[in-house]
Write a protein that binds this ligand. Structure first.
Ligand SMILES: [Mn+2]
Length: 377
């Protein structure tokens, strides 16, 4: 498979060209806002780290455009924020610690001034530790953060500065796709859009689809790239923001990247798909075979060079899933363990247990349960 990172770089190159065009038109952007996730894991691959370094050098070093960045939930805030204090004066503003929130990136230009604030992604408990109070949800964390920023935001307004916020969150009303890692367990991830109303613009990260939430001034730019089946057909791009002294003159506009390939989801049997004429789009395959064929991914890449993922969707799947009526599920609970395991094997492989396997299961299970009884008096 062709590494995804080359295609991501092609998109970044396109983005740099757009900046060059703006500079040539005398409209050099003051700052680039990156609302996370920066990487897709807390310890990113070395190649990704190198490419980010090169990209930042292109933007800041060669084009003189400042960058403001926050870590997302996939990132390690500490690692993304390495050398943040030192880099502050070099045009790279990393909001990676709670303390960094109170030092906004200040933009001064002929058309006015703005303060750009960033909230690093941290777990609610970490915010609780910082604010010395019990915080169990992202919404409560955001409330505490904004309360602590209030005096500064009031001062900004009094000085005629426009205010911008970078936030990595699932803002109520946003539409998720399948590839965002949950922000937290237990449904405490949503934050209320109403809290964000006083900013002139809120650059949101986390959801992969570009979208506005509640107003034109609260937006997800979306991911650079489609990462899951539910993102097939969704446009990728960036949001250009122009703030003026007079709020009515502001311009906020989405520009899409011209991608060479789109993302397609194909489902069918392994044999059928191997016979499909090859094409160059990104492909996510959902196999209907009851058993995942040996080396399915590698063999399918001979047909689909831009294969992203292979999953299984057997035709009669989901009979044991959680969507099943409760009565049917409780019937499973009344069954003996070896019968439930037999059901699972039938579901997963198409065959149930043989008589011999069943006897082995019953004997192993009873030995196991007896040992458990001895262990737990
Ligand atoms: Mn995220």
């Amino acid at each position: 498979m062709k590494p995804l990172i080359d295609d991501q770089e092609a998109v970044l190159t396109q983005f740099l060209t757009d900046i060059d065009i703006q500079i040539a038109n005398g409209q050099k952007p003051d700052a680039l806002l990156v609302a996370g996730d920066v990487f897709d894991r807390s310890i990113p691959p070395e190649d990704a780290v190198r490419r980010l370094d090169r990209f930042l050098d292109e933007v800041i070093g060669r084009r003189g455009v400042s960058v403001a960045m926050i870590p997302g939930n996939h990132d390690s805030a500490t690692r993304v924020g390495a050398n943040a204090t030192l880099l502050k004066n070099s045009g790279l503003r990393l909001f990676s610690s709670p303390e960094s929130m109170y030092e906004p990136l200040l933009i001064k230009s002929s058309s006015g001034s703005a303060a750009i604030y960033g909230i690093p992604y941290l777990e609610p408990a970490e915010w609780g530790f910082y604010f010395k109070q019990t915080i169990t949800s992202h919404d409560a964390a955001l409330a505490a953060i904004l309360e602590s920023l209030k005096p500064q935001l009031t001062a900004d307004r009094a000085a005629g500065r426009r205010t911008v916020l970078l936030l990595h969150a699932f803002v109520a009303g946003g539409q998720a796709s399948e590839s965002e890692r949950p922000l937290s367990i237990g449904g405490s991830e949503l934050v209320a859009a109403e809290r964000l109303g006083e900013f002139d613009y809120v650059a949101l990260g986390h959801l992969h689809r570009p979208q506005r939430v509640a107003s034109d001034r609260i937006r997800y730019s979306g991911s650079l790239f489609p990462y899951s089946a539910s993102e097939a057909g969704s446009e990728k791009g960036y949001v250009a923001i122009e703030l003026h002294r007079d709020r009515d003159s502001d311009r906020i506009e989405f520009s899409s990247f011209k991608t060479e390939r789109s993302l397609r989801v194909l489902s069918g049997s392994f044999a059928e798909l191997l016979k499909t004429p090859s094409f160059d789009d990104y492909v996510i395959v959902e196999l209907t075979d009851s058993i995942l064929p040996f080396e399915a991914f590698r063999r399918l890449t001979t047909v689909f060079p831009h294969l992203l993922h292979v999953g299984r969707r057997p035709a009669d799947f989901a009979t044991l899933g959680s969507n099943q009526p409760l009565a049917l599920r409780s019937r499973h609970e009344e069954r003996a363990d070896h019968e439930v395991i037999g059901d699972f094997l039938k579901e997963a492989t198409g065959d149930g247990c043989s008589d011999e396997e069943r006897e082995w299961l019953i004997s192993e299970l009873s030995q196991f349960l007896n040992k458990e009884k001895e262990r737990v008096p």
